[in-house]
Design a protein around this ligand. Structure first.
Ligand code: GLN
Length: 281
């Protein structure tokens, strides 16, 4: 079975994703015995290329530039169709997360189009000018397997060194709606994604769930603890930097710039599961 993973290659760090996907594909293959799977990783610039994909990554870069190029190359509607109508697995990193949000702040009206797919509001360039870029060790619960799952337990539990570059955060989880985010549309500085309904005859396997918080950058209260007490990862205590809603996943940071393939491995496994579910339904 061939599985084709596309990386949107209109602007930004698409090449780095392809490199790390190749590495991750080998790790996934080595974990499975006698797998008949063949991974194909490809750059996506046209509708025909997108249609041939089973899953898609939207890379980091500049979300305004990506959306502008997508608009000029007639890719916005095919992307909305891929993510919101057929609901194929999609992962956005940094600018990619912004494009997958249903609402985004700090964006000029008319200056930015969104694809949507995640019922969240992101705040662009959240960390401001002072700390435009920084690195942080994240404890990402979805990577931590008690049995190591093919790698040693220590590797699976090691914090993920995340690179944030003029990064957005998820500042609000929005109600799950089937149309547009009406309340968000009222705010001055917020842009919203147009509504596209899921095609239930194609996406038979999908139940639109609420947004799940997958990772948090500990806030000051959580990070500053030095009294020897165990630090608790608490959604209230920090900024939300990873979310998932059904097949759509978004991270504020850039795993493709670290050389650590763990999130790519995890995501490829999610894609395999999603394809399996769709086949059965
Ligand atoms: N600040 C960028 C934007 O608004 C995102 C930065 C990134 O992808 N590293 O699109």
């Amino acid at each position: 079975m061939d599985i084709t993973i596309g990386v949107l290659a209109l602007q930004g760090a698409f090449n780095e994703h392809i490199q790390l996907l190749r590495e991750a594909g080998q790790i996934v293959a080595s974990k499975e015995n006698n797998s008949q799977k063949k991974w194909i990783f490809k750059e996506v610039r046209t509708e025909a290329e997108l249609t041939s994909c089973d899953a898609l990554i939207i890379p980091g870069g500049e979300s305004t530039a990506i959306s502008l190029v997508a608009q000029r190359s007639n890719m916005l509607e095919p992307l909305r169709h891929f993510v919101k109508v057929t609901r194929k697995p999609t992962w956005g990193t940094c600018a990619g997360l912004i494009l997958l949000a249903e609402a985004a702040n700090q964006t000029k009206r008319g200056g930015q189009e969104l694809i949507g797919g995640l019922d969240v509001r992101v705040n662009r360039n959240h960390f401001g000018r002072q700390v435009e870029s920084f690195q942080a060790n994240l404890d990402l619960p979805f990577l931590q397997k008690a049995d190591g799952d093919g790698q040693d337990v220590e590797t699976s539990q090691k914090p993920f060194r995340a690179i944030f570059i003029r990064a957005p955060i998820v500042e609000k989880l929005l109600p799950r709606v089937s149309g547009i985010q009406q309340d968000e549309a009222k705010a001055e500085e917020t842009v919203i994604a147009p509504s596209r309904a899921m095609d239930e005859s194609v996406a038979k396997d999908i139940t639109l769930a609420d947004v799940e918080i997958m990772g948090v950058l500990p806030g000051r209260t959580a990070a500053v603890k030095d009294d020897g007490m165990e630090e608790k990862l608490d959604a209230e205590a920090g900024d939300i930097i990873a979310v998932r809603q059904a097949n759509v996943f978004g991270t504020s940071f850039h795993p493709e710039l670290t050389g650590d393939p763990r999130i790519h491995v995890w995501w490829l496994e999610q894609v395999v599961e999603a394809i399996g579910r769709r086949k059965k339904s």
